[in-house]
Design a protein around this ligand. Structure first.
Ligand code: ADP
Length: 559
């Protein structure tokens, strides 16, 4: 008992004894004095409590009798060294379980010789402090830091993981490291839900992994239980293994798994499998760890779903690619087969028209001209379909080089000149200066411009005006093909770039146009890193704008 402070403390022997008793009884650390045979001469309340008996019960007993059997091998050498050699040992750390308690505790002790007047050895003194709280706190912090670090590493790894296998490998590796587990596995249900397949097994002997690669979902294992029920399962000890999975407990022991954390993988609330982490030593899973394991499972589920969608998309795409390839092949062959007889039809019609097989009447000449127009139309239709298919399947090669706009426009206006002349149209170019050079495939650029110009001529009344305006900035050159024609209704302006779309077929004279020109032109423009757009006002005219990347000065030397 502590004396009241107002009562003066004298230094009499009796008082010293009482004080010493009070000090021992109140000390928050365990204190003991052992004789040369390591039997307790004096022990304070705190240490007696740790040992699990009263001061009276402890007194006279040997340290060995009082020590939990598991701890004695750790304590004995220290005590003996002090008793035999008279040397003190400070900050001696040991851990273990007290009798009747199953949590691991940690102590730090000083064991020292007790001498009378600094000479004769009376016995061994020990001061023992329970540092379990501190050790656990430090462990918790370390574990949290490890989990944080591994979570980042996992997130990084998952960004690059695009297949199911890559996701599983990343989750097992980083998940096990984050939880300080000795092994890990991902088990996924088969599509029919009848069996479970183990993937990415890590820390499991290869023969066991091979034997358990695939098994019935109903088998009594932690993984199948979790995959079936969607409930997490934490087995902390061999005892719990025996209680829940008696048939497997032995195998778990042989494999060296004393504790397991098994968490469900689920998509849209439906369990698709389980993530299992295995530990060689029995362990308690804190709330933090349980929550972390569930987060890990959620992360894994999402990544697996993403990988599954990507894989499905890849498969669909490669199937589509194959189908497209077949289509291209078919069209290429077919157009070749069609072109040969079509050319023959054209050739024979020409021979007839030339009168080689006898005189031709005017009526016959008229029919022959129709045959020839049809033949031309069919030929250009076939060629255009083939071009579009090739563009669609990226079978077109672009020979990109610096191209002078002025040179291309000269060629284009020469080609369309006769048409312009026939329809008595005004034609002018504006701002198309020699410094305007683009990155393009010259043939394809000509093709686009001829298509735009012939459309402008086709859809503009006789006597109308057509112009090409050029405009360049640092990055691109814009080529505007303007007409004063019939224009295009706003709701049709996007559609005309789709294949086979013609705004009003009646406006196209029979055999004029196929509805493929703009679809091909836009694909060609995009293939060269440019774009093709339209602005139009019905009744007033249309402007088609082709943009192309501008060639930098150093490139233009070649032009
Ligand atoms: P085609 O000219 O062979 O019919 P295009 O793909 O080149 O095929 O054009 C598709 C449709 O877009 C044309 O049929 C026409 O209806 C419309 N169109 C194209 N250019 C113009 C234009 N300059 N003025 C008005 N309509 C146009």
């Amino acid at each position: 008992m502590i004396r009241s402070p107002d009562k003066s403390i004298t230094a009499s022997d009796e008082d010293s004894l009482v004080l010493l008793e009070a000090l021992l009884a109140s000390a928050p650390v365990g204190i003991a004095f052992l004789d040369g045979n390591l039997c307790v001469v004096r022990i304070n309340e705190a240490l007696a409590r740790t040992v699990g008996c009263t001061v009276e019960e402890c007194t006279g007993k040997s340290a060995r009798e009082l020590s939990p059997p598991a701890l004695w091998p750790m304590i004995e050498p220290a005590l003996r060294r002090v008793a035999e050699r008279g040397e003190a040992i400070h900050d001696y750390e040991f851990s273990g379980r007290q009798v009747g308690r199953d949590d691991l505790r940690h102590w730090i002790a000083s064991v020292f010789p007790v001498r009378a007047r600094g000479e004769r050895l009376y016995g061994v003194g020990a001061v023992v402090r329970d540092v379990t709280g501190r050790v656990r706190g430090a462990e918790r912090e370390r574990a949290q830091a490890r989990r944080r670090e591994q979570s980042y590493a996992l997130a990084d790894a998952l960004v690059g993981a695009v297949t199911t296998r890559e996701v599983i490998a990343a989750v097992v590796e980083h998940g096990a490291a984050a939880m300080h587990a000795d092994g890990g596995v991902v088990a996924l249900k088969s599509p029919d839900g009848q069996s479970l397949e183990l993937l990415g097994t890590h820390g499991m002997p290869s023969d066991v992994a091979a034997e358990w690669k695939r098994y019935a979902i109903g088998a009594p294992t932690p993984l199948s239980y979790v995959a079936r029920t969607g409930e997490p399962l934490f087995l902390e000890s061999a005892g719990q293994w025996h209680a829940h999975f008696p048939a497997l407990a032995r195998l778990a022991g042989d494999v060296g798994h004393s504790a397991n954390a098994v968490v469900p993988l689920a998509i849209g609330g439906q369990p698709i499998g389980a993530l299992g982490l295995a530990f060689e030593r029995e362990r308690h899973f804190s709330d933090d760890e349980r929550a972390f394991a569930l987060i890990l499972a959620r992360q894994c589920s999402l990544a697996l779903e993403r990988a599954r969608l990507l894989e499905a998309e890849r498969t669909a795409r490669s199937e589509a690619d194959v189908a497209n390839e077949v289509k291209t092949q078919f069209l290429a062959t077919m157009s070749h087969e069609l072109r040969t007889p079509l050319n023959a039809i054209g050739g024979y019609a020409e021979l007839l028209e030339m009168g080689i097989h006898g005189p031709v009447t005017d009526a016959q000449r008229d029919v022959l001209a129709r045959i020839q127009r049809s033949q031309h139309h069919l030929l250009s239709l076939i060629n255009n379909v083939l071009n579009l298919v090739k563009l669609d399947t990226h079978h077109v090669r672009f020979d990109i080089e610096p191209v002078s706009i002025q040179t291309v426009l000269e060629f284009v206006s020469e080609t369309t000149g006769p048409l312009l002349h026939v329809k008595r149209m005004r034609f002018e170019t504006r701002g198309c200066t020699p410094d305007l050079v683009v990155h393009a495939d010259v043939e394809k650029l000509r093709q686009i411009l001829i298509n735009l110009l012939s459309n402008a001529i086709k859809f503009t009344e006789e006597g109308g005006a057509i112009a090409i305006e050029c405009q360049g900035n640092a990055h691109e050159v814009l080529l505007r093909v303007e007409d004063t024609g019939i224009g295009i209704a706003a709701d049709q302006q996007d559609k005309i770039f789709e294949p086979f779309v013609q705004v009003d077929r009646r406006l196209n004279r029979p055999m004029e146009g196929t509805g493929l020109g703009l679809a091909i032109s836009r694909e060609l423009a995009r293939g060269m890193g440019g774009e093709l757009t339209v602005e139009s006002r019905p009744g007033l005219g249309s402007t088609f704008t082709l943009s192309l990347p501008r060639a930098v000065e150093s490139d233009t030397a070649a032009v």
